[in-house]
Write a new protein. Structure first.
Lengths: 114, 112
């Protein structure tokens, strides 16, 4: 595997379900990010992790719970979501959170909440 | 309050011609700008970037121009190819990689 991978690619869940999104980066980066992309809106930064520590939470509702066990893996745990949470969830990584600015993205998980 | 704006949601260009995608920003703290390309069912792919200390950066068919006084940047693709058909996102950073602010994207269609 190369780059940034995300699983699952598609997810349909009910409002009472609990599910998790997984992201893995194979680039040797130290920073990882979760973004949300809703239709006709810009990518919205949700969380930032640097060396496994959360450095930013962009006022995300608590029904989204991130986890970063190491610099290569990032999870987004979902519970009691709302239909308006349906969106494309993108994971990204970068060398760090300063200096080199380029972030590398995974293919995303298309989430539908019924 | 959208700090990075791409006012053209779509653009159609003939193959071989120049494609010009525009981006405006409002935050004077932005000092690094990036363009990403996105195909359907894929994540955004980094294309080219420019620091605020420069006004032009070129990489093959892609050139990014920065006009700091106008708070405007543009991406030129010459010559345009059908494989360039994608959504292009402009992004800006104020000094840390964790603070990328994205525009809404411009869908480029390169026709034969």
């Amino acid at each position: 595997e190369t780059g940034v991978t995300q699983t699952p690619r598609h997810l349909v869940m009910g409002m009472t379900n609990k599910k998790s999104l997984k992201c893995e980066q194979h680039l040797g980066h130290n920073a990882m990010y979760w973004y949300k992309q809703s239709a006709k809106k810009p990518l919205e930064l949700m969380f930032v992790y640097n060396f496994k520590e959360q450095t930013e939470n962009n006022s995300v509702p608590s029904r989204f719970s991130p986890e970063c066990p190491n610099s290569s893996h990032l999870f987004l745990h979902l519970h009691t979501l709302q239909p308006e949470d349906s969106a494309l969830y993108l994971c990204a990584s970068s060398l760090g959170t300063s200096g080199v600015r380029e972030q590398f993205f995974g293919p995303g998980t298309r989430l539908t909440v019924l | 309050d959208q700090q990075v704006k791409q006012n053209s949601p779509s653009l159609s260009v003939q193959e071989g011609r120049i494609s010009i995608l525009n981006c405006d920003y409002t935050n004077s703290m932005f000092d690094y700008f990036l363009w990403y390309k996105k195909y359907p069912a894929e994540g955004p792919t980094f294309l080219i970037s420019i620091s605020s200390i420069k006004d032009k950066n070129e990489d093959g068919r892609f050139t990014v121009f920065l006009n700091k006084s106008a708070k405007h940047l543009s991406l030129h693709i010459v010559p345009s190819q059908p494989g360039d058909s994608a959504v292009y996102f402009c992004a800006a950073s104020p000094g840390t990689a964790s603070k990328l602010t994205f525009g809404t994207g411009t869908r480029l269609q390169v026709t034969l």
